[in-house]
Design a binder for this molecule. Structure first.
Ligand SMILES: Cc1ncc(COP(=O)(O)O)c(C=O)c1O
Length: 369
């Protein structure tokens, strides 16, 4: 099983499952920006040897200053971490909720972090009829059915790609709950200004926003993310963080990529062109494509395709193409898969591989093939 350790992008497991060298896979199972990493990363690596015999800055001052300018918040409202994953774990440990609520399907680490504590976990289902978007009725039901004092929401949500309306978060805050909004993929969203709660978080005691730098800049091996919150709360969480959790290479790379404006423009242009093209191709094959605001797509298999998502993942894996099996997400089933949006030539190879799988199982006779 590709998601043996809970995530996509696990090339060592892919090697074991499909018997191909890890370098040969076309990986649509993790959602990295295919334009990255920016050139500045290679330059930073070339210079890095001189820093290795020193401890990193324990509070990532230069990177914090750059992020404070980017988001228009005080540096004291920012906590840098060893990937968004560290901060998800840290914020749950720090807030020590009685009951924590998530909207499934969502990123598995929210539930994992909550299960490591004493807290009860409420998993409220998003509905296919709402295209798996978080709607007001979800919020009303959660407030009615649970005494949750922490909500963890993804915006854009993984695996659906849907944004959360800021007003819904404000409703939860008004009821006194703490809300953590995971904006790991927000950098890909052109409407970021209307949807990101980064600035509000810096002024609100019970709101926390988590951002990842690993997806947009395609540096998942480096581990870099940050949290925005009220300075008093950030100070409390900082005390719980492992010292020097953000190494000096991660700090230097973060500083270098944040200075690269052209990379941001090129990435936005690529996604605005490539996502609609890929959606059209998939729809022509009979897939239902859920609306996504970011760089991955949740799909439902064509009605006349008799494969399950696990079978399709296995067939594609043997052809060297990796996708996420939707049935591994609570709240989805074996009719769902998730794929990343990549470069045109890579997307074409995905489409060809999907066509071949559907053809081999003989389920579709329609125009798509
Ligand atoms: C929604 C979401 N949040 C957070 C993370 C963790 O990101 P990072 O690599 O910064 O730890 C992931 C990684 O897949 C993710 O999908």
């Amino acid at each position: 099983m590709l998601e043996r350790y809970g995530h996509g992008g696990d090339l060592r497991t892919a090697e074991e499952c499909f018997g191909l060298p890890s370098s040969s896979f076309l990986d649509f199972s993790s959602n990295m920006n295919p334009l990255g990493p920016p050139d500045a990363v290679r330059e930073t690596l070339a210079r890095y040897a001189v820093y290795i015999d020193r401890y990193p800055d324990p509070v990532s001052r230069k990177l914090s200053a750059m992020l404070s300018e980017r988001h228009g918040v005080e540096e004291s409202a920012i906590l840098i971490g060893n990937g968004a994953a560290e901060l998800i774990d840290l914020v749950v440990r720090g807030l020590r909720p009685r009951t924590a609520a998530v909207a499934v399907p969502c990123f598995s680490e929210y539930g994992d972090a909550i299960r490591k504590t004493e807290a009860a976990l409420y998993e409220g289902r998003l509905h296919e009829a709402d295209h798996y978007r978080l709607e007001k009725r979800w919020v009303e039901k959660a407030l009615e059915q649970t005494d949750a004092n922490l909500y963890m929401l993804g915006s854009p949500n993984n695996p659906t790609g849907a944004l959360v309306e800021p007003d819904l978060v404000k409703d939860l805050l008004a009821h006194g709950a703490a809300v953590v909004v995971d904006e790991a993929f927000m950098d890909f969203v052109p409407e970021e200004e209307s949807y990101s709660l980064a600035h509000e978080a810096s002024q609100t005691h019970n709101l926390f926003v988590i951002r990842s730098m690993t997806k947009f800049y395609s540096i998942p091996g480096i581990r870099l993310g940050y949290m925005l919150g009220h300075p008093e709360k950030i100070a409390e969480l900082r005390r719980l963080q492992v010292p020097w959790s953000v190494n000096s290479l991660a700090q230097s790379i973060g500083e270098a990529v944040l200075a690269d404006e052209a990379f941001v423009q090129n990435s936005m242009r690529w996604l605005q062109e490539e996502r609609p093209w890929l959606m059209d191709q998939l729809e022509a094959l009979g897939f239902h494509v859920y609306s996504s605001k970011t760089n991955y797509l949740l799909l439902r298999l064509p009605n006349d395709c008799s494969l399950t998502s696990t079978e399709l993942q296995g067939m594609l894996g043997l052809k060297g193409v990796l996708i996420r099996d939707g049935s591994r997400f609570p709240g989805l089933d074996e009719r769902h898969i998730r794929i990343a949006v990549k470069l045109r030539e890579q997307n074409e190879r995905l489409i060809a591989a999907l066509k071949a799988c559907i053809w081999e199982q003989g389920g579709i006779t329609g125009d798509g093939i």
